[in-house]
Design a protein around this ligand. Sequence first.
Ligand code: AMP
Length: 120
Amino acid sequence: MVYDPNNIFAKILRGEIPCDKVYEDDHALAFKDINPQRPVHVLVIPKGEYVSMDDFSHNAADAEIAGMMRAIGHVARELGVADSGYRILANHGSDGNQEVPHFHVHIFGGANCGPMVKRM
Ligand code: AMP
């Protein structure tokens, strides 16, 4: 899948639309989800143009991948959910119900996250 530079997270990265930023470094940006599913619901996105987990894991440089993982852990600690617990989730493609075609990891916390996935 070709990266769409007009996706909403690309616009956030370019500063064309606002976000409720919680963290930023060379590799990643984290901001509050506009439609929170838990008291804590933050999205962490890489700054590079990657459509999905598949694209990111295959094509990103090791430093970008390390940067994302470090950022996710850092943000969870900053948000105060490292001790109480949290869930990270990345939807990929159609069966994953991915809505925004820029790779992102959700951090959910502040309340129990329930079963891992809805039963079939
Ligand atoms: P996904 O289904 O994993 O692609 O989830 C996309 C997420 O992006 C959803 O949880 C949306 O609520 C969230 N979202 C969409 N637009 C924005 C925005 N402008 N700012 C923050 N979060 C957004």
